[in-house]
Design a protein around this ligand. Structure first.
Ligand code: FES
Length: 177
């Protein structure tokens, strides 16, 4: 059964961080804290933000839910459906394509047995092609949370990367440390 707004509950640490962001803005301008709050929500609720979570954010900020939806659906860093433990955001913009981004995506699809936007059967990886991540000189590359993994230009390097990620835990968000 879907959670209702009242069932969506941020941890005390997350709420404290949300209030800290809101306090940066003058009365009536609390919507300006929306982007960091979406990041906090995504970290808090398993790496994605569903409608109930977005409704809760709207309630906290005293804005309309559509104002949250339109921001969350615009930026690719917000996941709108459940994802795997590690979301592989692979750059597929021109410079990375010239250095093998398409091959990297094909290799990941083959090794993980998934298509773009899907999650591997073990729940470990979600494949998500995105636009330029500003690491154009070190492509082909991908991002997992805040970290870049670069020069993934051979099958061996992809194997090393996947093996490393299988051992890796989620990074704990800074505000929760
Ligand atoms: S083109 Fe890939 S990081 Fe810029």
């Amino acid at each position: 059964m879907a959670e209702t707004i009242n069932e969506v509950k941020f941890s005390d640490a997350a709420m404290a961080e949300i209030q800290r962001y809101i306090s940066h803005y003058p009365e009536g301008r609390q919507k300006s804290a929306l982007l960091p709050i979406l990041h906090i929500a995504q970290a808090e609720f398993g790496g994605w933000v569903g409608p109930d979570v977005m409704d809760k954010i709207a309630e906290i900020l005293d804005i309309q839910p559509i104002e949250v939806y339109e921001v969350a659906t615009f930026y690719t860093m917000f996941n709108l459906k459940p994802v795997g433990k590690h979301v592989l955001e692979v750059c597929r913009t021109g410079p990375c394509c010239l250095r093998g981004a398409d091959e990297l995506i094909d290799t990941l699809k083959r090794k993980l047995n998934i298509e773009e936007g899907e999650t591997s059967a073990d729940g470990m990886f979600t494949l998500k092609p995105v636009e330029c991540l500003a690491s154009c000189g070190t492509g082909p590359m991908l991002q997992v949370r805040e970290l870049f993994y670069e020069n993934l230009d051979s099958e061996e390097r992809v194997d090393e990367f996947l093996a490393m990620m299988r051992q890796k835990e989620h990074e704990v968000p800074t505000w929760a440390q």
